[in-house]
Each structure stands twice: as structure tokens, then as C-alpha cells.
Design a protein. Structure first.
Lengths: 209, 615
């Protein structure tokens, strides 16, 4: 593991590099190499929720061409995906499944909240079956406004996510540090209304009163 | 002005009796009475099934098109509305209503007879009415909640039921207009979130059962129950050999996250080997409370919401809604408006059929290659729509009595180019590469068969009905807009299988092009550029008290809006007769007896959009 981040730019004159390796060897940090690989081969999960999913499909289609970014391989199984694009209205009936899918994705995993519905509930916020934003239940890396966001906006979110990935370091990310396992998020259940188990005590108190 | 047909809103007390209604009154006498605005009120519920049988067998209203309820809280009644049509003759629907007293609190109502034995297509609609209003239908085979989950507290569409973020009964809410000091909903409500619990609820001891024992009920059903036999495809093995093969029945859950369920549909299938022996649908994973929000909204607010029903065909959904409101208000449109509506509407039909065929091929195993070509074509169409309306998918284009924007000359030229040059060639190409394709034919001929009479009974509409040989299209059966000025055919095929549904769609695209071409030509001659608003512009519409059922032929089938106004600036009742949802009624009968791999193909051939299924 790269413990020191020496930045050798002038390696042609560096005595440690044999001459016949000049122009064939590039030196960089392990972080950069690792992140470079990761950010160019994200596998999004093939999973659409609502109208925004149509724009997501258009983004993956020929005109906008997601594969220019190395992200074209959409996997239907969460176990093979790195990125969840929450593309649409998150309903209470659907949220247990979404949280479960999120938990099933291996780390490192990222979440993009696509559109105003996934961000905040959007035009349907006041609806009795609508969750006011996916971030109430799972952590979100990039939010995209719009109803629906244009494919260009979705592409922009990928660029922003790539920037975020670039800044991560092997030394500090949680999924390589021992002792800090990821338990996933608590899956809510459907009672008389949506029950978020993190608030169970509070719910019990308030409804008893 | 488009033709006045169907159910014009009447504000007089008591509906005018049509000959059919008079026939019912003559036969059943005091058991029925003219209802307030439209249709007949069945006062003697014990006669209801008899009357419905008469309506079906004697008056030949062979399809139940719409079933819903309205909560008249002031009068203390819940009114169940059933609307019947004649397929394929068409004409105005016949309405039968029933009233039950409003129960106290969260109780269910007293039972009303279910129409399922007569019209199997009633099943999902009645379940929805039960889910939303707590109306019990006696005789419905599976009366569980359908859009919400079992155990949910309350009946959301009752007028006195309040959502967690409740702010007022109708918009505009005082906090937003005219003061505009709006607070975040989370900051206003006790739970700081969109949740509410009944008193005494204990989250630790509650036993959730959101599906209402869907698996158990399927396990309990005796093997071979349901529909097998004639529907089964021919087996190579003979019966004796088959009987020797010991196979276990297993239950497989598909969805709501599944790449082939076209969104968040969930189905539970019971399999014997590879053969489907039973199928149940679990819906509501995208139920976003369109109708409750719609009743709080002002009339104008609802137009952009309709875009989000069937989000592939936004403009067409708007058309159905504005048509209903225009009929109630007696608004006139201009020639230009009608032509622009036809042009944009039919363009979305093309876009939708491109999408449907592309994804049907996806389900057939041609993973994304055809779809990519069709998405490219669809992109061209929505480019034009975007240029005109300002948005790619959610166009918000229609207005009451008008449309929001005029085409510029460059956009008009682009529309001409698409309609006369580009799209005809694409459709020919599509036909050339796909229609005779061996794999497509092998997979789809004979798959998902549904004969004409069953299709009608199951309330199937749209291309799927026409693929079974029934020439029924609302554009001809109950005309609206300027469709009577164009020369076009209603394509019909007769085998009722997946392949014929595909063929109907291809032919319909050709007919749509014909319509667009004629509309472009006629509009140039017969309409004034820029004349895009009939009547005067307004933000706040008051719709005279009355009710209306307006329907249009979207690419998926008959989309209807059942609207009730009490004379205020908000709809009192706003119900969508969603074709995608109702078409799903027949999925079980189409699928049972087929191989499991064909379920996704059959589903693909129905061409549902979850935004409209769950609303
Ligand atoms: S943000 Fe708009 S387009 Fe996206 S899912 Fe919500 S309503 Fe549909």
C-alpha cells in the first residue's frame, strides 16, 4: 500500500528508474490508480421506479450513451452493482424493498437521487403513500433536481460522483478498515403507516400518550 | 368546437332518460330512479344483479368500463358508480349508481353486490374502490386492498380522511397564497415526517402482513385450480407420460424490482415445472395518490399531474382531462387548437408504440438492440415536443379550451419532415426487420391468447382488444376532437395473441402517421396560426356543478376521467379509469397454462405503464 505520496514527475532523470523503462512506465499513487479504475467502471443497478426511469433509459441509449463513461453495464442484481440510481417516486409500499436492495449491494456503493421525487417527494410530496425523499432511509451521494432531470443532468451527476470517488483514499474509506463492518440500514415495515424502526421508541411513547 | 357527445354535463336535477334507461325503468319500476346528473340510481340493491344482467344481456352493454365511488359527506352517503359500454358499437356509456350510508369512523360500509360474476373485469376496480373508500363488494373473489397494503389505517379517499401533511381541504392553501410564507411540510406536522399512527399503536408487537397472505392463499388453492385445459398450449408428451412425471408446484415471486416487469409491478406465480398454474398480482408500489392530490388541487393544477400518469404519453392524458372539463364548462375550442391536439397527441402515440415494441422485443430476448433504435426515433419526436412545449416528457401542453403554445415555422417544418419523411421510413424498416423474424414469430404466435368475448368481459381495451378481432377504438366509438375529419382505419387482427398485438401496434403507427399528415395539411388551410385559445384565458376556473365521464383512446387503451364538480374551483371527485390497470385483470387468464418465460412476454404485450397502473 502506498504509504508515502511522492509525486515523481521527472522520472526520466530519476536514477531509480532503469533507462529502458522510460516512456513505458508511469508512476502514480495507488489511490489514483484504484480510483481511476473504479470511477470508470461503475455498474449501476437496473432498476427503475417511475417517470424518471424513462429518462434514465434514454441516458443509457445511443444518443446520450452512458458507456462513454464506462458505466453502461447495468445489472439487475444488487449484488453485482455499485450504484443505485433512485429514479422516481419512492412510495411507502416500496421503501422496504429499496432499503433491502441497498443493503444487498456490496461496498463500496453509491446512491444517486434522481429527480425531485427521490430528492424530496416532488410533486407528490403531500401524498399519503409517498416518502419525502429517499435520504430519510439511505444515504445519498448526489442529488439531481428536475422533474424529470434531462439525460444531460443525469450525466452531470455521474461526473460529480466521479469527482467524489477521486477524493476517496484507500487508507481512510470505511470498507477497508477492520473492525467497522457495515450493518446496512434498518428495513422499515408496513404497519398502520410506514414504521421506521429507528423511531420505534418515540412512536411507542407518542401513541401511548 | 368538437362534437358534443358522450355524457354532457347536465345541471338540471335528474338525468334525462335515454331509451335504454327508460327500458330499465319500465322493467324494474321502483327499484331504479333517475340519478341527479347522469344515469340511474338503483334504490333496491337486491335487484342490482338482475338489473346488471338485463343491461348486459338485453341492452347489450357488454363491457364494464368504469367502477368507482364518490363520498358525499354532507348527505352522509357513499355512491358507487358503474359505467357500461357497448363494444364494439360504442356510444355514450350507461351509468348505474348505488348508494350506501356512510359508516362511522373507519368502519367498512355495508355490502353491495359485486359485478364480478357478470363482468370479470370488475375485480381490480372493485378492489380499488374497496381500498380507497372501504366499500365492501359481496361476491368479489379476492377483496383485499390493492394499492395500499393490508393493515393500512383508514380509507384514503373518504372526504374526512386526512393525510399526514394535511394543510387544508382545497388549494390554494393559505400559507402559500397570497401570503406565500410557506413552511416545509416537515416543520408543520407533529411527527416531522409523512406519517401518522392511530393511538395505542405499539411498533414492537405489531405483526405486519402487508400482502394479506398472498402466498398462503395460493398454496391453499387446490392444484389445477384456476384456468387450465383449453388455454394450455399443445404438449408434445401425451397425457400418460405427463402423469408419470412427478413435478412439484412452487411459488415464485417476481418483482417489484425486476427488469422485465416494466417498472415496479409484482407478480406471484405458481409453477408446475415450467408451466404457470396460477398468478396473482400485487400492485401499488408506485401508488402516489394522484386522486387524493387531484381533489385538493384546483382544476388547472391537475393538468401537469396527468402527464405523470402514463408518462410515455403525457399529452394524450392531458387531452382526456381537458376534454372532460371543457364538456362540463361548455368551453369552445378553435380549429387550430383541435389540429394541434391531434398532431401532438398522435405523435405521442407513435412514441409510445415505438417504446412498446422495443421493450416487447426486449422481453422476447432481443436485449436492447431493437429498443435502442426505437428510442432514437422516439427521441426525435420528443425533441419536437420539447421545442414546442418546453419539456421532454411532462409537456403540460393542454389548457381548458386551448393549448399553451403555438408551433414556430421551424418547428412546423420539423413536424412535416418527421411525418412525411423520417417516420414512415422508420416504420417500414421496423416492419421489414421484425415482422417476419422467425424468432419473434416462434415466441409470440399463440402466446397469451385471449378470445374476443373474454377480452370484452375482462374490460380489455386498446391494441390488445383490437388484436382479438374487436374493432373498438374510442376515436371512432365515442368521437372527440377532430377525428371525424380524417381518413384513417382502425387496424384489427383476429388471433388475440402476442404477435397480433404487435401487428396492431405497427399498423396503428401507420394510421397515426396518416392522421398527422392530414392534420398538418388541413391545419395549414383551415386554421389561423396563433389562434390557440378558445374563450378567454383564466387561471382560476369554476366548473359548474355536474359530472362527466370523458374518455380518449390513448396508445394503451381507453383512458377515462370521471369528474364531479360541486361548483367550486376544485374537483369534488377526480377519478381516472386507467386502461393499463384494468387491462391487467386479464393477465392471469392469458398466462395460466403458458411457460413461465412467456409471462414477461405477455406482460410486455399488454404494454402497461406503472405510473398509470398505480396512479
Ligand atoms: S421527479 Fe417528476 S419525473 Fe421524476 S419520478 Fe417524480 S414526478 Fe416523475
Amino acid at each position: 500500500m502506498a504509504t508515502e505520496t511522492t509525486n515523481i514527475t521527472d522520472f526520466k532523470n530519476d536514477p531509480r528508474v532503469p533507462e529502458d523503462l522510460n516512456n513505458n512506465v508511469f508512476i502514480t499513487t495507488l489511490d489514483k490508480l484504484y480510483n481511476w479504475g473504479r470511477k470508470r467502471s461503475m455498474w449501476p443497478m437496473l432498476f427503475g421506479l417511475a417517470c424518471c426511469a424513462i429518462e434514465m433509459i434514454c441516458t443509457a441509449a445511443s444518443r446520450h450513451d452512458l458507456s462513454r463513461f464506462g458505466w453502461e453495464l447495468m445489472r439487475a442484481s444488487p449484488r453485482q452493482a455499485d450504484l443505485m440510481i433512485v429514479s422516481g417516486t419512492v412510495t411507502k409500499k416500496m421503501i422496504p424493498q429499496i432499503v433491502r436492495l441497498y443493503n444487498q449491494m456490496p461496498e463500496p456503493r453509491y446512491v444517486v437521487a434522481m429527480g425531485s421525487c427521490a430528492t424530496s417527494g416532488g410533486p407528490f410530496k403531500e401524498g399519503y403513500n409517498v416518502v419525502s425523499g429517499i435520504d430519510k432511509f439511505i444515504p445519498v451521494d448526489v442529488y439531481i433536481p428536475g422533474c424529470p432531470p434531462r439525460p444531460e443532468a443525469l450525466l452531470h451527476s455521474f461526473v460529480r460522483l466521479q469527482e467524489k470517488i477521486e477524493k476517496q483514499s484507500i487508507r481512510s474509506v470505511r470498507w477497508y478498515t477492520t473492525g467497522k463492518t457495515d450493518e446496512g440500514m434498518l428495513v422499515p415495515y408496513l404497519g398502520p403507516d410506514l414504521v421506521d424502526l429507528r423511531r420505534a421508541d418515540e412512536i411507542k411513547q407518542k401513541t401511548a400518550a | 368546437m368538437s362534437q358534443v357527445t358522450a355524457t354532457p354535463a347536465k345541471s338540471a336535477a335528474g338525468a334525462k332518460l335515454t331509451p335504454e334507461m327508460s327500458a330499465i325503468v319500465a322493467k324494474f319500476g321502483s327499484a331504479v330512479a333517475p340519478a341527479q346528473y347522469d344515469g340511474l340510481m338503483v334504490t333496491d340493491h337486491s335487484k342490482f344483479i338482475e338489473i346488471a344482467t338485463f343491461v348486459r344481456d338485453e341492452l347489450k352493454y357488454n363491457q364494464l368500463t368504469n367502477n368507482t365511488a364518490t363520498d358525499y359527506i354532507k348527505e352522509g352517503v357513499i355512491e358507487v358508480v358503474n359505467q357500461f359500454t357497448r363494444v364494439p358499437q360504442g356510444g355514450a356509456p350507461l351509468t348505474l349508481k348505488l348508494r350506501v350510508p356512510r359508516p362511522a369512523g373507519n368502519d367498512k360500509t355495508q355490502a353491495v353486490p359485486s359485478l364480478c360474476p357478470l363482468y370479470p373485469g370488475a375485480e381490480f376496480q372493485e378492489r380499488e374502490t374497496y381500498d380507497m373508500y372501504g366499500v365492501v363488494f359481496e361476491g368479489n373473489p379476492d377483496l383485499r386492498r390493492i394499492l395500499m397494503w393490508e393493515g393500512f389505517a383508514g380509507w384514503p379517499l373518504r372526504k374526512d380522511w386526512r393525510e399526514a401533511y394535511y394543510e387544508g381541504d382545497t388549494k390554494p392553501f393559505e400559507s402559500r397564497w397570497p401570503g406565500g410564507d410557506h413552511k416545509l411540510a416537515e416543520d408543520r406536522v407533529p411527527w416531522e415526517d409523512n406519517i401518522n399512527y392511530p393511538p395505542g399503536f405499539d411498533p414492537y408487537s405489531f405483526k405486519p402482513n402487508p400482502d394479506g397472505n398472498i402466498y398462503d392463499s395460493m398454496l391453499a388453492a387446490a392444484p389445477g385450480n384456476g384456468l387450465t385445459g383449453e388455454m394450455a398450449i399443445v404438449e408434445d408428451l401425451n397425457a400418460a407420460e405427463l402423469a408419470e412425471l412427478k413435478t412439484d408446484e412452487i411459488i415464485v415471486n417476481m418483482g417489484p424490482q425486476h427488469p422485465s416487469t416494466h417498472g415496479v409491478l409484482r407478480m406471484v406465480v405458481k409453477l408446475d415445472g415450467e408451466k404457470v398454474t396460477d398468478l396473482k398480482l400485487a400492485l401499488g408500489y408506485l401508488h402516489r395518490n394522484h386522486e387524493k392530490i387531484g381533489e385538493r388541487n384546483t382544476w388547472l393544477h391537475n393538468i401537469p399531474y396527468t402527464d405523470r400518469l402514463d408518462y410515455i404519453t403525457g399529452i394524450y392524458n392531458e387531452w382526456g382531462y381537458v376534454l372532460g372539463v371543457e364538456r362540463m364548462m361548455g368551453l369552445k375550442t378553435t380549429d387550430r387548437v383541435e389540429y394541434l391536439r391531434v398532431i401532438t397527441g398522435e405523435l405521442t402515440r407513435l412514441a409510445s408504440h415505438f417504446w412498446a415494441i422495443g421493450f416487447l422485443l426486449n422481453d422476447l430476448g432481443a436485449f436492447f438492440t431493437p429498443a435502442l433504435y426505437f428510442i432514437t426515433e422516439r427521441d426525435l419526436i420528443i425533441d419536437l415536443l420539447e421545442a414546442v412545449t418546453g419539456s421532454r416528457m411532462m409537456c403540460n401542453y393542454m389548457r381548458f379550451g386551448g393549448v399553451s403554445r403555438e408551433f414556430t415555422s421551424a418547428q412546423w417544418a420539423l413536424a412535416r419532415e418527421l411525418a412525411f419523411e423520417r417516420l414512415p421510413r422508420t416504420i417500414d424498416e421496423l416492419d421489414h426487420f421484425l415482422t417476419e423474424n422467425e424468432i419473434l414469430k416462434a415466441r409470440s404466435i399463440g402466446t397469451g391468447y385471449m378470445p374476443a368475448d373474454r377480452s370484452i368481459a375482462y374490460s380489455l381495451t386498446g391494441p390488445c382488444l383490437r388484436a382479438a378481432g374487436v374493432k373498438y377504438d374510442v376515436r371512432r366509438a365515442d368521437p372527440y376532437g377532430y377525428y371525424d375529419r380524417f381518413d384513417f382505419d382502425i387496424p384489427v387482427f383476429y388471433n388475440g395473441d402476442v404477435y397480433d398485438r404487435y401487428l396492431v401496434r405497427v399498423q396503428e403507427m401507420r394510421e397515426s402517421l396518416k392522421i398527422i399528415q392530414q392534420a398538418l395539411n388541413q391545419a395549414e388551410k383551415n386554421s389561423k396560426v396563433g389562434d390557440i385559445q378558445g374563450g378567454k384565458k383564466a387561471y382560476n376556473h369554476r366548473v359548474p356543478a355536474g359530472q362527466c365521464y370523458a374518455r380518449v383512446e390513448t396508445p394503451k387503451g381507453e383512458l377515462g376521467y370521471y369528474l364531479v364538480s360541486d361548483g367550486n374551483q376544485n374537483p369534488y371527485k377526480y377519478h381516472i379509469r386507467s386502461c393499463s390497470y384494468i387491462n391487467l385483470n386479464s393477465l392471469k387468464e392469458m398466462t395460466v397454462g403458458q411457460k413461465v418465460a412467456d409471462t414477461v412476454v405477455i406482460l410486455g404485450s399488454l404494454d402497461i405503464v406503472l405510473g398509470e397502473v398505480d396512479r
